[in-house]
Design a protein around this ligand. Structure first.
Ligand code: ADP
Ligand code: GN1
Ligand code: MG
Length: 383
């Protein structure tokens, strides 16, 4: 049976990128064959709740055992240099594997790329799509919203450890897979010109959010002006990008390595605060549910410092409380801009989805601002 797996949204994005997207499980099977995956293809289905790539879970029968893989089509609208991106991923996963070798269960502690039949780390199909395959991390989950302080602690510890393990990544410098990804002032300037152009006439439906954004410009350059050290950072440390072990709850594997590149450590901690302190999902419409819960922040800070305290400078530590507010604002303005240009970057699943996401971020910015002093005091006490 051929099952159509192309959605309306994805079709629109394919047109923009001028590549042809796979339209059936048969297509996925053909791509999967290009990788060194043993056994017989059984099935494939779209997987996960990422906003960027097309992710499939591929099941193969290997001598009577079903083995799962993650097959991903790299989003060509977002990543302009997919081969450079894959060079980064290859270097990062090899470095992590070298450091973790010998640890119990090391194969689940870092992503493992499956090589293509020609030995490369990716497959470029006849339509210009770049694909890669990872071993599936079994018996672990990603969460869209935090459920306990233990989860917050474990997630932050895993991301801190990830930064620590990459702190001695040998030269050369990694490629910037998205230049100026966390340059908040440039993000703000882009939003301003988007508001001016208002190409899909949506600005009138987002007046309060535009006004909120413009009122908060002053915070955008604070981290960049602080002259903090450049490190190898993940840059997309939302809770959904770390897998927590089903049995122990440990943050077993950091995933989604597309934006691992030179950056500021605080944007990583900030995105943990954004996604791991509120009980609500990122796109919650009932804003009364969106709030920074202090015990979650405390667990995050303890978890992160448990693995990152040894290499963070005093200056970096002094901005930990602020970083959550800044990146929540930054992602909020990115969602707002995407809404104002007609939803061409983040995957959307309902009308005004990006506006809902923006509203939830801005509500969280307010909640963090109300508790920022107490948050800073906590960090001070932990050092
Ligand atoms: P995106 O960039 O679109 O967010 P991700 O790389 O985060 O893509 O993958 C999307 C989802 O697929 C993740 O949130 C997770 O649920 C799942 N996933 C990704 N890699 C793996 C893996 N190696 N093992 C198990 N699940 C994975
Ligand atoms: C995207 O890829 P994903 O879904 O894990 C985005 C992040 C945003 C996040 C918001 C490359 O992350 O920057 O913070 O959505 N990734 C990219 O949920 O833009
Ligand atoms: Mg992701």
């Amino acid at each position: 049976m051929r099952r159509n797996i192309t959605t309306t949204t994805t079709t629109k994005r394919a047109e923009q990128s001028q590549t042809v997207r796979p339209s059936s499980i048969g297509d996925i099977r053909s791509v999967a064959r290009e990788f060194q995956i043993g056994g017989e293809f059984v099935e494939a289905a779209p997987y996960g709740s990422g906003h960027i790539n097309d992710t499939y879970c591929v099941v193969c029968d290997q001598a009577g055992t079903r083995v799962r893989y993650i097959l991903q089509r790299i989003n060509p609208n977002v990543f302009q240099n997919p081969s450079g991106l894959m060079e980064n991923v290859q270097r990062v996963t090899s470095h992590l594997a070298g450091k973790l070798a010998g640890e119990p269960d090391f194969i689940r502690r870092a992503l493992t790329l499956i090589s293509a039949q020609d030995g490369r780390s990716y497959v470029l199909d006849a339509h210009g799509n770049y694909w890669r395959t990872y071993l599936f991390i079994e018996q672990a989950q990603c969460y869209d919203a935090v459920q306990s302080t233990q989860q917050a602690f474990e997630a932050a510890k895993a991301f801190g450890r990830f930064q620590m393990l990459l702190s001695d990544l040998p030269a050369p410098r990694l490629h910037d897979t998205i230049p100026d990804f966390h340059h908040t002032p440039k993000r703000f300037a882009t939003l301003e010109s988007t508001i001016q152009q208002d190409i899909v006439n949506r600005a009138c439906t987002a007046k309060a959010e535009i006004e909120f954004a413009l009122r908060h410009r002053v915070m955008t350059s604070i981290l960049l002006d602080a002259n903090l050290p450049e490190r190898v950072t993940h840059n997309d440390t939302k809770l959904n990008n770390v897998m927590l072990d089903d049995t122990t709850g440990e943050g077993i594997c950091v995933i989604d390595l597309d934006t691992v590149m030179p950056g500021i450590a605080l944007y990583d901690f900030g995105d943990m605060v954004r996604t791991t302190t509120s009980p609500a999902k990122e796109d919650e419409r009932d804003l009364s549910k969106v709030a920074m819960q202090f015990p979650m922040f405390e667990a995050l800070a303890r978890g992160y410092l448990a693995s990152a305290s040894s290499f963070l400078t005093k200056a970096e530590k002094s901005f930990l409380a602020f970083s959550g507010k800044l990146i929540t604002f930054e992602i909020g303005i990115r969602f707002l801009r995407d809404y104002l240009i007609g939803d061409s970057y983040f995957k959307v699943h309902r009308k005004a989805h990006n506006l809902d996401r923006c509203r939830a971020q801005f509500k969280l910015v307010e909640s963090i601002a109300q508790q920022e002093e107490k948050m800073a005091e906590l960090i001070e006490g932990l050092q």
